[in-house]
Write a protein that binds this ligand. Sequence first.
Ligand SMILES: [Mn+2]
Length: 263
Amino acid sequence: MRLIYLTDTHIKSSTPENRKDNFLETIYRKLLEVTGLCRDLRVDFVIHGGDVFDHPHPDQSSWDLLHWFLKELDCPLYCVAGNHDLINQQLASLPKAALGFLDRTKSIKLLQPREKLYLDNGNCVVQLSGQHFYGGIDRHKNSGDYMVKKKNCDLAIHVVHGMLLPKAFSDKVACTLISEVAATEADFTLGAHAHLGYHETVDGKFFLNPGALARLTNLEREMVRIPQVLYLDFTTSAGYSFIPLQSALPGSEVMDIKCFQKS
Ligand SMILES: [Mn+2]
């Protein structure tokens, strides 16, 4: 079984504050590359870690781009909602937001909290679960948000849109440390929300975040970071690799950052 994980695409038609390119065109080129990778690598499904759109009610051009992507993808897209996918960051708003609509119309499959899906291709059974963002996810220390039990499967994957980090970067930003959730039974915990990404291994379990597909923040590291996707291949063993996108231009060509924040 093979899959690609991407996150934080923040699809929007207008140019964000810290960019100087045609942002929608840039996302189109990246998503086109992702669909090519999915075809070439013959992936069985794709997972999106949330912040699919930059706004819970996206404009028509953003809708059109996502519909085109789903059509080109030609495989299931599993997803959790990010804070940008929710109205006022309220999880109860999800049915009224774009992602809720896409789930109802079966264009995507939202991974609902505490629900476990079992994907079986005859060689491998994968347990797939996810947790949407909600206000306070990193303050409540509700271990069930980040940790799952593994049952009746070869490998377990858990996707969370929250501020999971190897180490805290600011006193002002609530976060959950990987060390606090290392008792999870998931073989792969896929992170989102932290746009710079990370990869950690604890007791043979992987905590992986490829970083946001879109560079949006005025962090110094965003000027040098190349957006990438995560490729998981379970055909022989549980291997993974990060695939930097060739369509992603150097930060200096797309970012318009007048004042860096240290990162
Ligand atoms: Mn985001």
